[in-house]
Ligand binder design. Structure first.
Ligand code: TIU
Length: 223
């Protein structure tokens, strides 16, 4: 029988089964977290996301030390943009579009420096890196198969941005039967009010699609 630990969480304690859980790092890419990338091209102040890096480093180290599976995702597209629908490519009035040449390479294109994960959270050998064309981690990827193969039923969710790729992925995971615990200080938004609202939405209505907890409470429960 599984040994569960109780993590203080909202709206209620989360019964974590460390043997059935995986740590998910969503899109901690230079394109979102550093100047000159996709996030900044959309008019955002990327410095707001950077405060997630330090707490996430501690959570990542704990997962690796305990043998909990770690899965990274990256949002991006093939160099020929064949997997980027025109509706996404032509959206809005960004300073640079997906595929344009930026200071860190072509914006949001696989294989480019800016598309890769920040050095502080670089994937370790053997950790799956799921490349996704959309905001959610399941669409047009092997993410679901990877989780199934690992026997994972609980996701510890981190990354950026809270109201976009984190929300899409958590909502999709919840519909697929995964229990999602979102670490509030390890997810980030370009908008402080969206961050607060997005976290509240997850835990409202009895945890309508997940739970939220601080990384400190999560790490303390694991000890
Ligand atoms: N723009 C924004 O807030 N987010 C994205 O475009 N992608 C992710 O959230 N990864």
């Amino acid at each position: 029988t599984a040994r569960t630990v109780s993590v203080p969480a909202s709206p209620a304690p989360f019964a974590l089964d460390p043997g059935s859980a995986a740590l998910i790092l969503i899109d901690m890419q230079r394109d979102f977290l550093e100047p000159g990338g996709f996030g900044e091209s959309l008019g955002n102040d990327v410095s707001l996301l950077r405060k997630t890096i330090a707490p996430l480093q501690a959570v990542l180290a704990a997962a690796r030390a305990s043998g909990m599976p770690v899965i990274h995702t990256r949002e991006g597209h093939l160099p020929d943009l064949s997997d980027c629908p025109p509706s996404k490519l032509n959206r809005g009035a960004p300073s640079m579009r997906i595929g344009d040449q930026g200071p860190k390479g072509r914006i949001l294109i696989r294989g480019e420096y800016g598309h890769d994960i920040v050095d502080e959270l670089a994937p370790a050998p053997g950790e799956p890196v799921v490349d996704k064309p959309g905001k959610g981690a399941f669409y047009a990827t092997a993410f679901g198969e990877i989780l199934g193969g690992l026997g994972v039923t609980q996701l510890i969710v981190t990354g950026v941005t809270t109201e976009v790729c984190v929300h899409t992925t958590v909502r999709e995971a919840n519909d697929r039967g995964f229990e999602c615990l979102v670490l509030s200080d390890c997810v980030g938004s370009y908008f402080a009010d969206f961050q607060e609202a997005a976290l509240a939405m997850i835990a409202a209505q009895g945890g309508i699609f997940g739970w939220t907890a601080t990384s400190a409470d999560y790490l303390a429960a694991l000890e």
